[in-house]
Design a binder for this molecule. Sequence first.
Ligand code: NDP
Length: 331
Amino acid sequence: MGSYSPSINRYDEMKYNHCGQSGLKLSTISLGLWHNFGSVDDFDNARAMIRHAFDLGITHFDLANNYGPNPGSAEENFGKILKRDFSSYRDELVVSTKAGYLMWPGPYGDWGSRKYLIASLDQSLCRMGLEYVDIFYHHRPDLETPLEETMSALNQIVRSGKALYVGISNYPPELTIKASKILRSLGTPCLIHQAKYSMFNRWIEEALLKVVNNEGIGCIAFSPLAQGLLTDRYLHGIPSDSRAAKPTGFLKVEEVSEEKISKVRRLNEIAQQRKQTMAQMALAWVLRHPEMASVLIGASRIAQIDDAMKTLKNLSFSSEELKSIDGILNE
Ligand code: NDP
């Protein structure tokens, strides 16, 4: 693969949104490296996707210590891509990583202690060849560690210059309020909450969206396409190159149920009336909340990033459309 000069038009089409009440803007579409960027994957394809995303104005790339497989290898590959292609563009990127799931054996490689978070971020920076990340997340709640300890570790990380902002992921509403208050009292406001949200998983609508709004925290939705279910990928069976078919994929074949796919078929009819693909309508639907600073997609090929990008052409819904979508989802 040859040398890379980013497109000079890269900021023409993308929209950027303030993340909560912070000064940081995120690209409306962000790219996650959970699947397809590990040591088991095709490095040239991974590199081509990152380059292409940046050419389209995608500035935010999301990682975690354990992304791979093997765990850590997505960060390593991303580090190689940064070094080869993006060494002059670090200040145009928002790179995030996380710790909170099992990363190394023993009592210090999991959950939410200060010991784990600080060591894990040091390892992540080393793998990516970076001096700092833009956003560091606690990846999931740890009910056995005092919340004050976890939040003060996040504060310490910002003070030490290893992250510019901090966030939380998978925290329920009440714990989000507590975490946010602790962080604010320490002088390091919580930037962002990364939450699972899609047409097939609406848990944040009940309380979390209101909480983040009140706290001035931005929200970013992960798995907005339900790992590919909310696209045209599975309308005619399970393709052999799809996430559901791959041994390393987190989408299990049983989750591609006839019940879900028949809903997707009907949702797809609404998408077609809106002159959108199914994926575009699913992403626009997630973005209809003002709290949603960005949608965090995954991709296995460049064409999927192009597809997501065209979502920006139609982000609005009529109340009839929303009602019809609810009707299908609530059946
Ligand atoms: P999505 O719901 O966007 O699923 C992505 C998958 O859907 C792709 O890999 C591809 O699968 C398929 N797909 C994407 N676009 C299209 C398209 N236009 N047409 C057809 N198929 C498409 O998100 P992910 O589940 O990948 O999650 C996104 C990111 O969120 C992760 O990379 C990670 O950064 C973050 N995340 C965070 C978590 C947390 O706990 N904080 C947990 C999980 C994810 P295929 O391989 O079949 O082509």
